[in-house]
Design a protein around this ligand. Structure first.
Ligand code: AP5
Length: 296
């Protein structure tokens, strides 16, 4: 069997198979195999082309060689940024995106909270800024995020960057390091909803899952008993965080205007995810079509 390492496969020119990707980033592709009778047409760094004889070609009107499979040898992993006001649902959507698309979730706020928990000097400085809803200085946060993006898992699987960049200087530095998103998701939620989301938010320290006392309550009493609240999840502090967000968001959006999709984040988390999922599906289909046109 000929095996392919790929994350995107198209079947073309086939009367019996759909002319669209049969496999998506959600599929497990590492073991994808073709029968020995497949013949290799061409292979380079980005594409492998196979002729595959299919038993479905039994009809006399179907050509014997009917499938051309194209696979990206060095598949280009997805690179996504997600942005929005405090409590707009970034973390909640990242859980869902990660589950379906298997990307590495990198949340600037989580990296900073880990640093605080470690008791380091950087953590102590970061907390002073987080306590008053301000951005943590670039000299702490920029390298932290860059190093996480450069880890092998982020490079291999693709990344989902949550809450970063949050200022023009962070966006400029990120571009300078060569990190460009395929899609920049902006969650839009009216301010009055945000405050309610913040004060009701709870976190499970065991699973890391995000809950809300009203909108996403814990499944069991055991989980409910261990839930914690973030130190900056008060009405007073979220107003400071919102102020910082408004001061910076326009300059960040301007840097990514070619790749932005605006998503209504005020509906249920499932309905928000449906909008994001549809945009990601479209993006993957466009990529597969490009591979198809490269073959044609
Ligand atoms: P960070 O931790 O990133 O906080 P944030 O941006 O304020 O965002 P949140 O984590 O509060 O909210 P979220 O959008 O993830 O919402 P969630 O899904 O949890 O940053 C904290 C601080 O760190 C910053 O203030 C800053 O000081 C510092 N920092 C971070 N990044 C930095 C950077 N790049 N540079 C410098 N400093 C930085 O949802 C919230 C609640 O709503 C949950 O309870 C959830 O269950 C509920 N919910 C979510 N979606 C829905 C829905 N559709 N319907 C109903 N309820 C929902």
């Amino acid at each position: 069997m000929a095996s392919l390492n790929s994350s995107s496969v198209s079947f073309l020119n086939s009367p019996s198979l759909p002319n669209k990707p049969l496999l998506t980033a959600n599929s497990s592709l590492n073991q994808l195999s073709f029968p020995k009778s497949s013949s290799l047409i061409n292979s380079n760094d980005s594409l492998t082309l196979f002729h595959v004889r299919s038993s479905r070609a039994s009809s006399s009107r179907s050509p014997k060689v009917l499938v051309v499979a194209a696979a990206a040898n060095k598949s280009e992993p997805l690179k996504i940024m997600i942005s929005g006001a405090p409590a707009s649902g970034k973390g909640t959507q990242c859980e869902l995106i990660k589950k379906k698309y298997d990307l590495v979730h990198i949340a600037a706020g989580d990296l900073l909270r880990t640093e605080i928990a470690s008791g380091s000097d950087n953590g102590k400085r970061a907390k002073e800024h987080m306590d008053i809803g301000q951005l943590v200085p670039d000299e702490i946060v920029v390298m932290m995020v860059k190093e996480r993006l450069m880890q092998p898992d982020s490079q291999d699987k693709g990344w989902l960057l949550d809450g970063y960049p949050r200022s023009l200087s962070q966006a400029t530095k990120l571009q300078g390091y060569g990190f460009h998103p395929d899609l920049f998701i902006l969650l839009e939620v009216p301010e009055e909803i945000l405050v309610e989301r913040v004060v009701g938010r709870r976190l499970d320290p065991v699973t890391g899952k995000i809950y809300h006392l009203k909108y996403s309550p814990p499944e069991t009493e055991e989980i409910a008993a261990r839930l914690t609240q973030r130190f900056d999840d008060t009405e007073e502090k979220v107003k400071l965080r919102l102020h910082t967000h408004h001061q910076n968001v326009a300059s960040v959006l301007a840097m990514f205007e070619d790749t932005i999709i605006k998503v209504d984040g005020s509906v249920s988390k499932e309905a928000v995810f449906a909008q994001i999922d549809s945009a990601l599906t479209k993006l993957l289909e466009q990529r597969a079509e490009k591979i198809g046109s490269a073959i044609a």
